[in-house]
Design a protein around this ligand. Structure first.
Ligand SMILES: NC(=O)c1ccc[n+]([C@@H]2O[C@H](COP(=O)([O-])OP(=O)(O)OC[C@H]3O[C@@H](n4cnc5c(N)ncnc54)[C@H](O)[C@@H]3O)[C@@H](O)[C@H]2O)c1
Length: 260
C-alpha cells in the first residue's frame, strides 16, 4: 500500500500567505507534516502552519536565518516547497529592465537561493526518511510553452523546470538522498490569475476578468479552472514516500490544457 502520509516530516513552504502556497500548507498539515509557512509579509495567518516566518526569497541572508531557525527548532528539514512567484503581463517592448530583473529575482534566483541554503539540512534529514528528502518547485504550463505578453514569466518558469532537473541530476551524481521535481499547473483560480487577466482586460484582449475566466476554462479539456487544493494534492504526493521513484521530472496539473 503506497504511503501518502507525512507524519514526522518538517516542511518549509515559501509564498504561503495566499493562493497555492496557503492551500499547500493546509494539505501538507492534513497529511501529518509540521509546516513552516513563510512569505515576504511581516505576519500572516496560514491555516495548518505550525509557525510563520518572514522570508523574502530574494534574500540569501533571510534564507540562511530561516534554515538555521528550523534546524535549531526541529533538527531536520524533509521537504522544501519553492512556491513564491510573481507574474508580469506585458509586451516584450514594454518590459522595463527593473520589471524583468524583479521577476527573475523572485521566480528564479529565489528558487536557487532556497535550494542552496537548504540542501545540506535536506540531505542530512533524507537519510532518516523513507523516500528521501524532497525539493518541489512551482513551474507552470508557462514553463512548457510560451504565451503572448508573458515572456518574462514563461522564461522564468522554463528556468525553474530545468533548474529542477539539474538539481535531481546533481543530487544523483553526489548520491544525496534528495529528490527534486517541479509542478506545472494550468489556470488555477487564485489572485495571481486574476491579476494576469486584469492586465489582459486593460490591453483589450478580454472584455472582463470573467470573460478571461471563460476563455481559460475553454482551453482546459476539463472546461473549468483548477483549484489551489488540486495543485496542493499533487505537491503532497511529491512530498510523500508514495512518489519515492520520482525525481527530475514535472507533474503537470493543467486540466489537459497542454495535452491537445
Ligand atoms: N495561479 C495559477 O494559475 C498558476 C499557474 C501556474 C503556476 N503558478 C505558480 O504557482 C505559484 C503560486 O501561485 P499563486 O497563484 O498562488 O500566486 P499568488 O500571487 O496568489 O501567491 C504568490 C505568493 O508569493 C508571495 N511572494 C511574492 N514575492 C515574494 C518574495 N520575494 N518572497 C516571498 N514570497 C513572495 C506573495 O506574497 C504571495 O503570497 C507561483 O510560483 C506561480 O507562478 C500559478
Amino acid at each position: 500500500m503506497a504511503n501518502f502520509r507525512l507524519d514526522g516530516a518538517v516542511v518549509l513552504v515559501t509564498g504561503a500567505a495566499r493562493g497555492i502556497g496557503a492551500a499547500t500548507c493546509a494539505a501538507l498539515a492534513e497529511a501529518g507534516a509540521t509546516v513552516v509557512a513563510t512569505d515576504m509579509h511581516e505576519d500572516a495567518r496560514v491555516p495548518g502552519a505550525a509557525e510563520y516566518h518572514r522570508l523574502d526569497v530574494t534574500s540569501p541572508a533571510q534564507w540562511a536565518a530561516t534554515i538555521t531557525a528550523i534546524e535549531v527548532r526541529y533538527g531536520r528539514l524533509d521537504v522544501l516547497v519553492n512556491n513564491a512567484g510573481l507574474q508580469l503581463t506585458t509586451s516584450i517592448a514594454d518590459t522595463s529592465d527593473e520589471a524583468w530583473r524583479q521577476l527573475m529575482a523572485v521566480n528564479v534566483d529565489g528558487v536557487f537561493y532556497g535550494t542552496r541554503a537548504a540542501t545540506d539540512l535536506l540531505a542530512r534529514s533524507g537519510e532518516r526518511r523513507a523516500g528521501g528528502s524532497c525539493i518541489i518547485n512551482l513551474s507552470s504550463i508557462g514553463g512548457l510553452q510560451g504565451a503572448a505578453f508573458l515572456a518574462a514569466y514563461c522564461t522564468s518558469k522554463g528556468a525553474v523546470k530545468l533548474f529542477t532537473k539539474s538539481c535531481a541530476a546533481e543530487f544523483g551524481a553526489l548520491s544525496l538522498p534528495i529528490r527534486a521535481n517541479s509542478v506545472c499547473p494550468g489556470g488555477i483560480q487564485t489572485e495571481m490569475l486574476d491579476e494576469i487577466l486584469e492586465h489582459y482586460v486593460t490591453s483589450g484582449a478580454f472584455t472582463s476578468v470573467e470573460d478571461g475566466h471563460r476563455t481559460i476554462e475553454g482551453g482546459h479539456l476539463l472546461k473549468r479552472l483548477g483549484k489551489a487544493e488540486e495543485v496542493a494534492a499533487g505537491i503532497v504526493y511529491l512530498a510523500s514516500p508514495a512518489s519515492s521513484f520520482m525525481t527530475g521530472t514535472e507533474l503537470v496539473i493543467d486540466g489537459g490544457m497542454t495535452a491537445a
